[in-house]
Design a protein around this ligand. Sequence first.
Ligand SMILES: [Zn+2]
Length: 329
Amino acid sequence: MQIAAVADGIFRIPIPVPIPLRWVNCYALKGPDGWTLVDTGFHDPGAEAAWREAMGRLGIRPGDVEQILVTHYHPDHLGAAGWLQAVTCAPVVRMPERDAALVPVVWDRRGEQAGNLVAFLRRHGMPAEVAEVVREQHLQHGCLLEPLPARLQPIADGEELRIGGRRMQAIWMPGHSEGLMVFLDLEDGLCLLSDMLLMKITPNVALWPWGIPDPLAAFLESLDRMARLPVRLGLTGHRDLIPDVPGRAREIREHHARRLEEVRVLCRAAGPRGLTGWELSRGLFGDQSSIHNQRFAMAEALAHAEHLVQRGELVREEEEGGTVRYRLA
Ligand SMILES: [Zn+2]
């Protein structure tokens, strides 16, 4: 993938990432007082090389970067922020406030959260050998965030930011992560979407032990608000840009309505014994090719099941031994 000018003063920089998505779209916005870089990739040699090449091509030298923005706490967006700050001498790294608060919780250096994650996945029926690989991957991802920026300056919902040559409003759109924000230029309708909406694939909506109890409810509400925003072009965190943002928001909403119906059908078929999150994810997504995908499929299945619990359609029950099962109410 190539660096491309996608709007006046905005360049998309594809950074390779060591997960099945393969690339994260980072952006460089040129302003009268310097550059703003948005999102960063994991910190690995591939990302370093891609950033050095991009900065060379765009003529960005140390001292030219005013700020680095990270749209949410996921490692493919946050990972290289500390390194990038060091090489560009950017005075600040900013991040939506709720996700900034989650960074030390999710990416704790002692690996406590990896243990919580494994216990959570095991309670929801993931086989031990799969959960152990998830633990290793979570710890590996933590290493690919080093060094974290010394300070993450929080961005508040509704705050107006100068990004490159534009004034953009930060709009909190929780669901894909607790704190994710999009940045909208109200003058020309250009919006930095991050992973709020994606083309062809749907943003992962996942239940995690450190997260909110009903992420799907938050995401559906965000989709409704997104569909009403005056956006002319959406700049996404992965894959293609989105010309029809309200239309894509509605499509993704319909996708989740269908998926919720699949969950009801599977739980009905399972009868009074119900299903674990692991069984549900196998029913919804089949046999995933990688453990990374199995982890995210299961967290996505759990987000749908928990949403139906909150709506009173499913009940969550804990067996002796601690395994959690979902059945129709
Ligand atoms: Zn993400």
